[in-house]
Write a protein that binds this ligand. Structure first.
Ligand SMILES: *Cc1c(COP(=O)(O)O)cnc(C)c1O
Length: 400
């Protein structure tokens, strides 16, 4: 079948809730993917940072196959011999006390919301149904009704109400706004260390440290959504490490499986998670042995193969290279590790056409909002490949 036939099938039978680039991929290896016509591309999106370990990592693949032959799903009605080992690995790696496994990122966010509300009522003493959670403008935490209800992106919200009450929205990067928004009923502050979907928005230096101390002062649970920034993407295992802080609840997903399987988790540092009793929360697939075996290996290769250090070093090199691309239409180049964005002025006519041109040159990038191009290749990318990419990016974006 031809590219156009695959696209026609999708258009005919699928819901039109995405606007993908017109490339139909059939296989991948490391940082590279190939389309059905055999053309090779550098993946500069990594499935929104789910494929940090590179496509089809052989060790994760092997773990998946071996576990799939043995046992895939028990539900949590019974125990399995992978779950405890997964908990232990994840806790040791992230210095957490407790783990609650789910599947998608949005489910991890929903789980954290439930946990902090319950904690608010049982421990903090907030009156029934009065719990408030503070979130930030331009956040992205997923697509459920509750989560889009506190989005500030009209596209995500319009037509989906009525929404879940109990959320307060403040500007991102403004610690004073957080302190001002806290009331005796505030139970949690949910924030991304760097706003990925908003276009790689990096808060001012010291922001997270201040947020940490404000949350401590007011007995508010700090929930960091590291679903995109975590697991090596920014050059640290967790982005919070750049600021030397620890969240009370940390959400991870995406790269937790290296792209093989939907796996997410809520990590807890405090007694907050202890408020959950049997029967109060769960998921049929959450913590299944296949997921656990895959995740354990995905974490292992991230560490053993030096991917986090590579993200730091190659990320800095890539960022520097992008800053050398000269074009008066480029407003800003920013990033941390391998989470990088090039923001264009509106006069550039939108990032989409540049992504289309980059695709023709063999780079797959996706615009985020209208004017931002994100560069987030798998963390196994080498300097040579970055040079290859910069040459092509320069030819599309550069104007002397
Ligand atoms: C992708 C993402 C989510 C949602 O994850 P899904 O697996 O798509 O539900 C939540 N938060 C952040 C920061 C993300 O990047």
């Amino acid at each position: 079948m031809q590219t156009s036939e695959f696209i026609d099938l999708e258009n005919q039978f699928g819901a039109h809730n995405y606007k993908p680039l017109d490339v139909v991929l059939s296989h991948g290896k490391g940082v590279w993917v190939w389309d059905v016509e055999g053309k090779k591309y550098l993946d500069c999106l990594s499935a929104y940072s789910a494929v940090n370990q590179g496509h089809c990592h052989p060790k994760i693949l092997e773990a998946m196959i071996e576990q799939a032959k043995k046992l895939t799903l028990t539900s949590r009605a019974f125990r399995n011999d992978q779950l405890g080992l997964f908990y232990k690995d994840l806790c040791e790696l992230t210095r957490s006390h407790k783990v609650l496994p789910m599947n998608s990122g949005a489910e991890a966010v929903e789980t954290a919301i439930k946990v902090v509300r319950k904690w608010g009522y049982k421990v903090k003493g907030v009156p029934q149904d009065k719990a408030e959670i503070i979130v930030c403008e331009n956040n992205f935490h997923g697509r459920t009704i509750t989560i889009v209800g506190f989005s500030t992106d009209e596209n995500s919200r319009a037509g989906f109400g009525p929404f879940t009450p109990g959320f307060k929205i403040i500007p991102f990067g403004d610690a004073n706004a957080l302190e001002a928004a806290i009331t005796p009923n505030t139970v949690g502050f949910l924030v991304e260390p760097i706003q990925g979907e908003a276009g790689v928005i990096i808060p001012p230096p010291g922001y997270l440290k201040e947020v940490r101390s404000i949350c401590d002062r007011h007995n508010v649970v700090l929930i960091l959504d590291e679903i995109q920034t975590g697991l090596g993407r920014t050059g640290k295992l967790l982005a919070e490490e750049h600021d030397g802080i620890e969240a009370d609840l940390t959400l991870v997903g995406k790269a937790l499986s290296g792209g093989f399987y939907p796996i997410s988790a809520v990590l807890s540092n405090t007694e907050v998670m202890a408020v959950l009793q049997p029967g109060e929360h769960g998921s049929t697939f959450g913590g299944n042995p296949l997921a656990c075996a895959v995740a354990r290996t995905a974490l292992k290769v991230l560490i053993e193969e030096g991917m986090i250090e590579n993200a730091r070093e190659i990320g800095a090199y890539f960022l520097e290279g992008l800053k050398q691309v000269k074009n008066p239409l480029i407003k800003e180049v920013r990033g941390k590790g391998l989470l990088i964005a090039v923001e264009l002025y509106p006069e550039a006519g939108g990032a989409r056409s540049y992504c289309e041109q980059l695709k023709e040159k063999g780079l797959l990038c996706k615009e985020t909002h209208d004017n931002i191009i994100r560069f987030a290749p798998p963390l196994v990318i080498t300097k040579d490949v970055v040079d290859w990419a910069l040459e092509r990016i320069g030819s599309v974006l550069g104007r002397e």
